[in-house]
Design a protein around this ligand. Structure first.
Ligand code: PMP
Length: 401
């Protein structure tokens, strides 16, 4: 029956993990996967999460189905976290929200909703580069995928002029995907002033902002600071789409906790939009999983756990920032590795786009047992005080050839 089905290529990132697992060298480092690791290189379950689970066990919750749009308290708390408690559409009860299967599921619901109901073009502009999954995801949702310039290889920074030019040339009514903070894979974000300018460009050209926020709190250590772009656009009168993930900021990766929301003009409009979100979700997976949403909701609704969570998010962000500083210092000062490395320090979030070439990445895997994607992206969370010097020395050797 399936003799005509061709073998597909392996997933580039999951393939790295396979190669890493097969490597027996004790010095091996996996910098491919975007999951936080603690100072000992181990996966980290947040204390706030453990305490929430204890509370849940004591409460003897049942395992009944959630409604189609998920746990209502969770989606309300998630919206409050993203938009802020003083958000106008939030207080007007004009934000349509549904729980989602983490950030990916939110993107997919969003793509499907736009393909069906967005009155403008079914064209979505993605930054170059972007998270690899965005492209097939939006294509599979039925949107036409185009790109806008984002990363400037020469400066290893933002190509802000190119970005604005591409958006100004986009057809009126197109959708623009924006990484709300901690752009993946580059770690390069617009400044607050640049976000303000972008909000004006989108308004002028009647482009629709579609935010992917997979790292709120994880980028700067402050959930408020990381929500700046989303909140600014909303304050300027944009209606936005927003995808939230609790994978990184609560370490709930495999629990698949997320939310998709759309700001609307009124409570009545919100109700219509929400009814259509249900019509999209019901035939896909009926209703979302319960456990992770309960964990997130327990944390978001308990002031003590919330505070502990905020300090743990900051702890993770700060550890990553300190690894950036250390790596930059090792390459620049200690090893005097050819090239400039300041971008490692200025980039934001889980990843650094090192500027290493494919050949150098291959050499790192082959000779030094260090695994990363071939575009030179490393997960900063994979570095710690025990392996960072070995990593820097190996990069130095690869650069010097
Ligand atoms: N968007 C971006 C930009 C991401 O980096 C990720 C995680 N790698 C996601 C969305 C979705 O992740 P998840 O489905 O695990 O929440």
């Amino acid at each position: 029956t399936w003799s005509a089905v061709p073998a597909g290529p392996p997933d580039p990132i999951l393939g790295i993990t396979e190669a890493f697992k097969a490597d027996k060298d004790p010095r091996k480092i996996n910098l491919g996967v975007g999951a936080y690791r603690d100072e000992n290189g181990k996966p980290y379950v947040l204390n706030a999460v453990k305490k929430a689970e204890v509370k849940m066990a004591i409460a003897k919750l049942d395992k009944e189905y959630l409604p189609i749009t998920g746990l209502a308290n969770f989606t309300q708390n998630a919206a409050k976290l993203a938009y802020g408690s003083d958000s106008v559409p939030l207080n007007q009860n004009a934000i349509a929200v549904t729980q989602s299967i983490s950030g990916t599921g939110a993107l997919r619901i969003g793509g499907a909703f736009l393909a069906r109901h967005y009155p403008g073009h079914r064209i979505i502009y993605l930054p170059t580069p972007t998270w690899g999954n965005h492209i097939p995801l939006f294509k599979d949702s039925g949107l036409e995928v185009r790109s806008y310039r984002y990363f400037d290889k020469k400066t290893v920074g933002l190509d802000f002029e190119g970005l604005k030019e591409d958006l100004k040339n986009a057809p009126e009514g197109a959708v623009v995907l924006l990484h709300a903070c901690a752009h993946n894979p580059t770690g390069v974000d617009p400044t607050p002033a640049q976000w303000k300018e972008l909000s004006d460009v989108l308004a002028e050209k009647k482009l629709f902002p579609f935010f992917d926020m997979a790292y709120q709190g994880f980028a700067s250590g402050s959930t408020t600071r990381d929500a700046f772009a989303v909140r600014h656009f909303v304050s300027q009168g944009h209606n936005v789409a927003l995808c939230q993930s609790f994978a990184k900021n609560m370490g709930l990766y495999g629990e698949r906790v997320g939310a998709f929301s759309l700001t609307t003009s009124s409570e009545e409009e919100k109700k219509r939009v929400e009814s259509q979100l249900k019509i999209i979700v019901r035939p896909m997976y009926s209703n979302p999983p319960l456990h992770g949403a309960h964990i997130a909701n327990t944390i978001l609704s308990d002031p003590e756990l919330y505070q502990e969570w905020e300090s743990e998010v900051k702890g993770m962000a700060d550890r990553i920032i300190s690894m950036r500083e250390r790596l930059c210092e090792l390459l620049t000062n200690d090893l005097q590795t050819p090239g400039s490395w300041g971008h490692i320090k200025s980039q934001i979030g889980m990843f650094s786009f090192t500027g290493l070439q494919t050949e150098q990445c291959k050499a790192l895997a082959g000779k030094a047992h260090i695994y990363m994607t071939m575009d030179g992206r490393i997960s900063m969370a994979g570095l710690n005080s025990s392996n960072i010097e070995y990593f820097a020395q190996s990069v130095d050797a690869a650069v010097r050839g």
